[in-house]
Every structure is written in C-alpha cells, then in structure tokens.
Design a protein around this ligand. Structure first.
Ligand code: SF4
Length: 189
C-alpha cells in the first residue's frame, strides 16, 4: 500500500517508518504540526526531521507555516478537549492530503508515543479516515518507542522536552526553575 505517515517529530518517526516499510508499504511522511509553539521550537523540530532524512531514506512533505492562529481557532484550548481537537486538526489534514494524493491509507507516529492518549488518537484517526474516505491504518508502535528514541539519541537528533503547544510547555515547566536561570552554583529544581 501507499501510506501517508503523519510525523510529529524526528525521534517518533524512526520506528513507525521502519515498521511500515518492513511490512512492504511505500511510505511518504507528512510533517504537519500547527500545535508546536513557539516558532523557534517548530524550526528546531523541522530541522531534526531534515537531519533524520540525511541518515534514513525518507520522503517528507513539510507544512512549514507556523500554525499558532489555526491551533487557537480550532482547538478547545479553554476547555478539556484540547488534545482530541489537536489530533483532529493534524489527522484531518493528513486524511485530506492522503485522499487528494491517491494514497491507500494514512496513519500517524502519535500511535507510538507513550505521552499521547493512544486510544483517543486511534478514535480520532478512524473518524478522520471515515470523513475523508481513506483508511486509517492503526498500529500500536508503543513497544518500539524506546528503541526508536535511543537510536535518535545516537544520531544526536534534537529531542524536545514538552509535547508541543504553549499549554503543554507551561505544564511541563511550571514546577521547576531549572530552565530559567543557570547561575554559577548547582542547577536548581
Ligand atoms: S498537549 Fe500535545 S497533543 Fe495536547 S494540545 Fe498540546 S500539543 Fe496537542
């Protein structure tokens, strides 16, 4: 099958890409992540994806536009449904591109991330697939994630320390001063 693989970051791309090609699929990756803020972080993650391409034969379609406005318009950032909306934003676009491009199916590296709500990713993916008339290819790549990230480390790929949106950045760092000030003494938690 020709499969369009939505990729959230370089580290998460390694294992799903390898698994799909191992199954005999022709894979094209799609980097579309309007959830990544601020802009410099989006550039870092895109750069890491390009560095991965220098090491692994991988075709990638990039959406380079900074998607903060789109994210705030389409994601319920005031309420509880933030992540489901965020998945729908990314997977809906991927499903449409897959249908337009004549792909047999689409899927996402979010299915490999232990940090994401796996069942919700699956449900949203299937809904987007049904809406777009293209199959959502479900796989559980979580067991492969640790090895994939270890290999990303050996390739010295940039690895982010928060999910993507400004809200997740705040949740990650609100209880620490570690990344705020590096004085002459030991680092502070
Ligand atoms: S925490 Fe992650 S999945 Fe949830 S809305 Fe933010 S970027 Fe999207």
């Amino acid at each position: 099958m020709r499969v369009l693989l939505h990729v959230c970051c370089a580290g998460c791309t390694i294992a799903p890409h390898e698994a799909l090609t191992g199954e005999g699929h022709e894979v094209v990756a799609f980097f579309y992540n309007p959830n990544i803020h601020p802009f410099i972080e989006l550039r870092r993650r895109m750069k890491a994806q390009r560095v991965l391409q220098e090491r692994v034969p991988l075709r990638v379609i990039y959406e380079e536009e900074y998607g903060l406005r789109r994210f705030l318009e389409q994601v319920d950032w005031r309420g509880e449904g933030r992540c489901g909306d965020c998945y729908a934003l990314r997977l809906g676009r991927t499903a449409r591109l897959a249908a337009e491009g004549g792909f047999d199916a689409f899927t996402t590296t979010l299915l490999g991330s232990p940090q994401q709500d796996h069942d919700l990713v699956r449900r949203v993916g299937e809904r987007c697939g049904a809406g777009g008339g293209v199959e959502f290819l479900y796989r559980n790549w979580r067991p492969l994630a640790a090895e994939g990230h270890e290999r990303a480390g050996t390739m010295r790929l940039y690895r982010q320390n928060y999910c993507g949106c400004v809200f997740s950045e705040w949740e990650r760092f609100r209880d620490t001063t570690r990344h705020v000030y590096r004085g002459p003494g030991p680092l502070q938690e």
